[in-house]
Design a binder for this molecule. Structure first.
Ligand code: ADP
Length: 266
């Protein structure tokens, strides 16, 4: 049996996916990055290998992707994230036409054609607003709430508050002012989710993305059920969240690894 590795070294987390020749996922990992991206990528790989008891030498071909895809040194090839996201997401949801990916420090919207090819995409990696960083910073530094709790808390809100979608620093002062006026934390958090969603959808609209269904929401922020609800409300339709939304680009990279291994060894 051949083993293929896809590794996605993002700005916030590193993800590794191991697949076999039947494209079945045999192991995976998600690790939070340290300042040393090369070490974080290696840690993700080792964790995935340890989980299935397979040694590194068994990997026939490896493809890396993500922000740090060239920082690690155990890949055969490096591929851009957009292609890997598209291939990985289509594998999980073949009917997908739009991918909304919100990661730790960037967000992207990808439009696919009926064959799953990337038609266009738009990315925001210049500003914390519209990325996971917006929620991370406001939740942990101002509200002192873990990001994992944001979704549940926000669903209690009956009156989401208006917040700046353009700037994390402005949103910070608005939240401090809301807190001093005794506003409810659930209303503040629901407002944060709405602002994040507004910003991300505006990025897509600026590139004339049509948001056709099926819409698949990926990246770490897709684990936040409050953001999922805010997205569904804004788009007026159901969105699909894969069981492990952080893994799609790594899975796409693993599928490319398999394809290229057979192309090169033919
Ligand atoms: P990247 O690929 O850009 O490195 P990820 O797609 O892994 O990043 O997303 C990281 C983001 O996901 C962070 O902002 C983090 O707070 C958020 N996140 C991760 N897990 C959860 C969770 N369980 N609930 C809410 N947010 C989460």
């Amino acid at each position: 049996m051949e083993i293929f590795l896809g590794i996605d070294v993002g700005s916030t987390t590193s993800k590794a996916v191991l697949i076999d020749n039947n494209e079945k996922i045999i192991s995976y990992s998600v690790v939070r990055n340290s300042y040393d991206l090369a070490q974080s990528g290696a840690k993700a790989l080792n964790m995935a290998l340890n989980r299935c008891g397979i040694s590194k030498s068994r990997i026939s071909y490896a493809v890396s992707t993500g922000y740090g895809r060239r920082i690690i040194n155990f890949q055969n090839e490096a591929f851009p994230e957009i292609i890997c996201h598209a291939i990985g997401t289509i594998k999980i949801v073949p009917t997908c036409r739009t991918i909304i990916d919100i990661g730790g420090q960037d967000s992207k919207i990808i439009e696919l054609d009926e064959k799953g090819n990337c038609k266009k995409f738009q990315m925001n990696d210049k500003c914390a607003a519209g990325t996971g960083r917006y929620l991370d910073k406001l939740a942990t530094e101002i509200l002192h709430v873990g990001v994992e709790q944001l979704g549940e808390i926000s669903l209690k809100s009956k009156n989401p508050l208006a917040l700046s979608a353009q700037c994390t620093v402005f949103a910070e002062s608005e939240i401090i002012s809301y807190l001093s006026h005794g506003e409810k934390i659930e209303d503040i958090i629901a407002g944060m989710h709405r602002s994040l969603v507004r910003r991300v959808l505006d990025i897509g609209k600026s590139a004339f993305i049509k948001f056709e269904k099926d819409i698949v929401f990926t990246g770490g922020v897709a684990k936040n059920i409050g953001v999922v609800a805010a997205l569904e409300q804004s788009l007026g339709q159901k969105i699909i969240v894969p069981t492990e939304p952080q893994l799609t680009a790594a899975l796409g990279a693993a599928l490319i690894a398999k394809r290229n291994f057979y192309l090169k060894t033919k």
